[in-house]
Design a protein around this ligand. Structure first.
Ligand code: MSP
Length: 502
């Protein structure tokens, strides 16, 4: 088995986490849990981006010193991820001493390697984006995302020779050595590289809440440059404890399309400049709106991930977001859709199937027995598992869930066809066969949904009495059809998805 290093963006702590941030962490959580399930050694890194003007301004607005402010906000992000049962292995903050130290070392290497030069920057900067803007990116003179005019900067800065890496990155993407997905986003990045990247400023003159440049005390590091370094400072890139060699290159780095350019162009160039390998894959998912509108504090449509997981359970929130929007595309979410999916797919879908099957087979020692029509199930289950792996590799979570639900529907149809409640009265041996097929299918469903909905998956498997014995087993054994055998005693089912109280 291999290692799997996965990262999410580190989120700005200028406000509370919202469901948009949660989306990326949920996806990373599912992939991490899947890789743990197949026996990989996993490191899932997430955390908070805490420097820069935007954060300093937010702290001032709240009447707090920046450090105190980021301490509080970073803790709020952790609480939100706890409420969603996110299984990250490491939490990085850019105010961590280790990060600051390594960032300085990285900057020194860029400087010593001749990749930086000092020049005058004259142009526009949007504090909301913490990014340099061109006139052509503005709409009516305003940043289209923040609806504010960018500030005009004219200052001496250190520049990074990004242009020198332009063609190399382009050919690595074209050859597939450096994977940028999905395809549409890859094409956008290639088009940008085709037009050619300019060198970029990597320092600022009057931003105090930032890491000072080790070779120029009048300047601090531009927040994005420093933030990108988190992916390797977390694993002690220049240290000798073996952490870096163990984990790098990252297997996949996930983010939304808004910040793909930083991850697919600037980040690889920075790595190449200090002779480090590139991540294997960067994947940009889409952006979603809520009730058709951009997530915005002014509109007031911000969904707090803690509220939703309290109301619907973290499992249901994870299921909903990944089932509702094809990963990679844009989409819309709404509470109405959340309720619909909770009802149709969860409570009346897998939840109902589970309680029906357990109600039909509990209260007695159950003799498992497989019949001739088991082959239909076996074929379907094998097909689903084989799609499952390729869908996980492609981060096609919605397809993977739809794939699992084929088995749920198949079981529902099988119950209607075979009417086990009648068989119980007049054909006991057939009754045991029919229920064995259903219970064995539920065992597969339990494992299949486990990375997506760990609590539900565990609950199904516990109630079937197999979780504790199977969880240490290799997945290839667990995936075999017909593993449930002998006499089993089942409990009365606990509802998996109880009715939501408003
Ligand atoms: N701090 C930078 C990232 C530095 S990474 C080295 C940043 N932070 S952010 O707080 O603005 O987070 C942006 C990310 O949040 C997006 O890339 C995406 O992962 C997630 N999302 C925020 N809103 C979202 C939606 N409405 N829809 C989907 N993802 C969303 O950029």
């Amino acid at each position: 088995m291999g290692k799997f290093y996965i990262t999410t963006p580190i989120y700005y702590v200028n406000g509370k986490p919202h469901i948009g941030h949660a989306y990326t962490n949920i996806a990373a959580d599912v992939l991490s849990r899947y890789h743990r399930m197949i026996g990989d050694d996993v490191k899932f890194l997430t955390g908070t981006d805490e420097h820069g003007k935007k954060i300093a301004e937010a702290a001032a607005k709240n009447g707090l010193a920046p450090q105190q402010f980021v301490d509080e906000l970073s803790a709020q992000f952790q609480t939100a991820w706890d409420s969603l049962d996110i299984s990250h292995d490491q939490w990085i903050r850019t105010t961590d001493a280790q990060h600051e130290e390594i960032a300085k070392e990285f900057l020194n290497k860029l400087h010593d390697g001749g990749h930086l030069y000092k020049d005058e920057y004259e142009g526009l900067y949007c504090v909301g984006c913490e990014a340099y803007k061109t006139e052509s990116e503005l709409v009516d003179g305003l940043c289209p995302d923040h609806k504010v005019a960018p500030i005009k900067l004219k200052e001496e800065n250190w520049f990074f020779k990004l242009s020198a890496f332009n063609d190399k990155i382009k050919s690595l993407i074209e050859s597939g050595e450096f994977v940028v997905e999905p395809e549409s986003r890859r094409n956008e990045i290639l088009a940008m590289l085709e037009r050619g990247m300019n060198d970029i400023p990597i320092s600022r003159k009057d931003v105090e809440w930032a890491i000072p440049l080790p070779f120029d005390e009048e300047q601090t590091c531009y927040v994005w440059i420093e933030a990108l370094m988190n992916y390797v400072s977390a694993i002690n890139v220049f240290g000798d404890d073996g952490e870096f060699e163990k984990w790098w290159p990252a297997n996949v780095q996930i983010m939304a399309k808004d910040i793909l350019k930083f991850h697919a162009i600037i980040w690889p160039a920075m790595l190449m400049a200090v002779d480090l390998p590139l991540p294997k894959k960067v994947f940009a998912h889409g952006f979603f709106t809520i009730d058709g509108q951009k997530i915005s504090k002014t509109i007031g449509n911000v969904i707090d991930p803690i509220d939703w997981s309290t109301k619907y359970t973290s499992d249901a929130v994870k299921y909903f977001l990944l089932r509702e929007i094809p990963f990679g595309g844009d989409g819309d979410v709404s509470e109405t859709r959340m309720n619909e999916r909770y009802g149709s797919d969860l409570a009346n879908g897998v939840g109902n199937l589970f309680s029906r099957v357990l109600a039909l087979s509990s209260k007695q020692v159950f003799h498992t027995a497989y019949g001739e029509d088991a082959s239909e199930f076996e074929k379907l289950v094998n097909e689903i598992w084989s799609n499952y792996d390729s869908q996980m590799d492609a981060l096609a979570f919605h397809d993977c869930l739809a794939n699992i639900w084929k088995l749920v529907s198949h079981c529902d149809g099988y119950i209607e066809q075979n009417k086990p409640w009648e068989l119980a009265k007049n054909d006991e041996s057939r009754y045991f066969i029919v229920l064995t097929h259903l219970l064995e299918s539920l065992r597969h469903i339990g494992w299949m949904i486990y990375p997506f909905m760990p609590q539900t998956g565990e609950s199904i498997l516990q109630q079937l009495g197999v979780f504790d014995t199977e969880k240490e087993e290799e997945l290839k054994n667990i995936r075999k059809w017909g593993k449930m055998n002998g006499d089993i005693t089942l409990q009365k089912a606990q509802p998996l998805f109880p009715r939501i109280e408003d």
